[in-house]
Ligand binder design. Structure first.
Ligand code: F6R
Length: 262
């Protein structure tokens, strides 16, 4: 796991965007896994800038979103469909038929989940998965005690998650469709971002704690290609801070592309 700590979240967003842009340039038909929430907004903003000012081309790119609330229509202000379209997909030259978001208004949730997994397989699998982390240590909406082998399915949200996401606006549903931890670990590369002191404890448990279903993000330790991008506040609970900085220094010499430098 490569842990990169930047002074600010803005720097993290720019560095994450370079990593994603390099992925798209090296494989124009890349399959990206997308997260919603506040954390990746700067990353999406920077990718939109790269598209407008540097011609970053999304025409061959396919996307799969991690999750969606159940029981609200796609045009509901809280829907992740609306969020990702407004904040990213509608501002780049991606083909709408190549964008995928679980259908939370489906009348057959189980079939929707099975079809979503199949669509990911049919696309050739996710090349690069963007992740945030919840206060509960969740990735996607895999709340504590989710199976580390879980696939896309219906999941009940924890009280903390409902409270955190409600801050953005009005009431949100208590259940969601989410890719499972097993589905996330199938991606070839994982890019997790976190910022702010509300994430300090979850980040420390995920990176340095035991692998446990009580902290879904700790499953990232099982994946061979993970980059975690943090600001100082999110990194404040890490005990191996000096080591992570030395690894980044050496990586800049030997594998600069992993830092988005080339
Ligand atoms: C969103 C998602 C969640 C968020 C997490 C952090 O699609 O899957 O895991 O990444 O809840 O949310 P923010 O970024 O709003 O703090």
């Amino acid at each position: 796991m490569l842990v990169i700590i930047n002074p600010t979240h803005e720097q993290t967003s720019i560095q994450a965007a370079r990593i994603v842009a390099n992925q798209i340039r090296s494989k124009p038909r890349s399959v990206l896994g997308l997260s919603t929430g506040k954390t990746p907004l700067g990353l999406y903003g920077e990718l939109i800038r790269c598209h407008r000012e540097e011609g970053l081309d999304f025409s061959g790119v396919t996307t799969f979103n991690l999750d969606e609330y159940v029981g609200i229509p796609r045009d509901h202000p809280q829907s992740f469909y609306l969020q990702i379209h407004r904040n990213f997909l509608d501002q780049i030259n991606i083909k709408q038929e190549n964008t995928h978001i679980p259908d939370g208004s489906s009348s057959d949730i189980e079939a929707t989940c099975i079809e979503y997994e199949q669509a990911i397989r049919d696309s050739g699998g996710i090349d690069l998965q963007i992740l945030g982390i919840g206060r509960t240590g969740h990735i996607g909406f895999n709340e504590p005690t989710s199976s580390l082998a879980s696939r896309t399915r219906l999941k009940t949200l924890s009280d903390e998650t409902i409270q955190d996401n409600r801050k953005i606006g009005e009431d949100i549903p208590a259940v969601a469709i989410t890719m499972g931890i097993g589905s996330i670990l199938d991606a070839r590369q994982l890019l997790m971002l976190a910022s702010g002191n509300s994430k300090t404890t979850a980040v420390a448990k995920a990176i340095e704690g035991p692998i446990t279903s009580s902290v879904s993000a700790s499953a990232l330790q099982l994946h061979p290609n993970v980059t975690v991008l943090l600001d100082e506040a999110a990194a404040a609970g890490l005990t191996h801070r000096g080591y992570y900085d030395r690894v980044v220094e050496q990586t800049s010499k030997y594998s600069p592309e992993r830092l988005g430098l080339e």
